[in-house]
Write a protein that binds this ligand. Structure first.
Ligand SMILES: NC(=O)c1ccc[n+]([C@@H]2O[C@H](COP(=O)([O-])OP(=O)(O)OC[C@H]3O[C@@H](n4cnc5c(N)ncnc54)[C@H](OP(=O)(O)O)[C@@H]3O)[C@@H](O)[C@H]2O)c1
Length: 271
């Protein structure tokens, strides 16, 4: 199954479990060398041993807590300076479902460090290295929750809305550079994130829960198809295109010299 060509290396954050671990499996089988990052070195080493044996690819492990700036910096350096790295899977993340008013500020801050700050810094380093080398792909794992402000997951959802905006805007900025961006928006997927967040996977209805293998296989198919936004569950991709078009249609009226008439504001003399 290993069609090892010179694909280069993929750096995957959050590779110790769930979505990241399946990306590691699939990318190794596609012939990518791997750089796997997470905090749990034991699990990363076990995955590494299996993938080396099954595929023969080179696998490096970097133990990193992405809420710690020095750890993030080590990964940034690898993305910028290692010319073999051609793919970033910006996947590590966590969820919090506590009501905003009772959530501890430090916990929210840690979530933002992981889901926003680290994702941004790593995408930044990848963009720098990849554009210099004239090739590369940046895959950012968002969430459908970023499209659902009524999901009662205020800060988690906001971090994922950020990931979508970052991806769309960055893709636009990088047009013509040889570097592409994909935002993957999983729906509920059977991984440890539910138990880790305190919600408990048993509280997620089976009829909306996707197997993690299917989720990653669809995300990679979307990458192969050159999709900017991949929503694996969505039956008709035109539904997303319609949302993007509706937003684009607002554009001519989003910045004008005077407020809309419904506000009844008197027009000021020019300054
Ligand atoms: N599962 C879903 O329903 C779902 C839906 C939408 C989006 N997502 C997104 O998918 C991504 C992957 O989540 P998952 O579902 O695969 O959950 P998961 O199984 O809990 O995996 C999360 C990964 O992130 C790593 N991680 C967590 N905190 C970290 C930290 N401080 N520093 C470094 N690594 C850290 C974990 O490794 P260590 O503990 O070893 O550090 C683990 O490898 C996340 O961005 C999540 O928001 C998931």
């Amino acid at each position: 199954m290993n069609d090892k060509t010179s694909k280069g290396a993929a750096l995957i954050t959050g590779a110790s479990s769930g979505i990241g671990a399946v990306y590691a499996d699939r990318l190794a089988k596609r012939g990518y060398d791997l750089i796997l990052a997470a905090r749990d070195e034991v699990r990363l080493n076990a995955l590494t041993a299996r993938l080396r044996a099954e595929t023969g690819v080179t696998v490096d492990v970097i133990k990193a807590d992405l809420t710690v700036r020095d750890d993030v910096r080590r990964l940034e350096a690898r993305l910028r300076d290692d010319a073999s790295v051609a793919l970033l899977i910006n996947n590590a993340g966590a969820a919090l479902f506590e009501p905003f008013a009772v959530a501890a500020a430090d916990g929210l801050d840690d979530l933002i460090q992981l889901n926003v700050t680290a994702v941004t810094r790593l995408a930044n380093a990848a963009a720098a290295g990849f554009t210099q080398r004239g090739r590369g792909k940046i895959v950012n794992i968002g969430s459908i929750v970023g499209l659902m402000p009524q999901f009662k997951s205020t800060v988690y959802g906001a971090t994922k809305a950020y990931v979508l905006y970052l991806s769309e805007s960055l893709n636009d900025e990088l047009a013509g550079s040889g570097v592409t961006v994909q935002a993957v928006l999983p729906g509920a997927t059977r991984t440890e994130i539910w138990d880790r967040s305190g919600r408990g996977i048993e509280n997620v209805p089976e009829e909306i829960l996707m197997h993690v293998d299917e989720l990653v296989d669809a995300a990679l198919a979307g990458l192969d198809q050159g999709e900017l936004v991949t929503i694996p569950s969505l039956p008709d991709a035109a539904d997303w295109d319609a949302v993007a078009a509706a937003r684009a249609n607002l554009q001519p009226n989003l910045s004008r010299p005077h407020p809309a008439a419904r506000y009844g504001v008197r027009v000021s003399e020019p300054a």
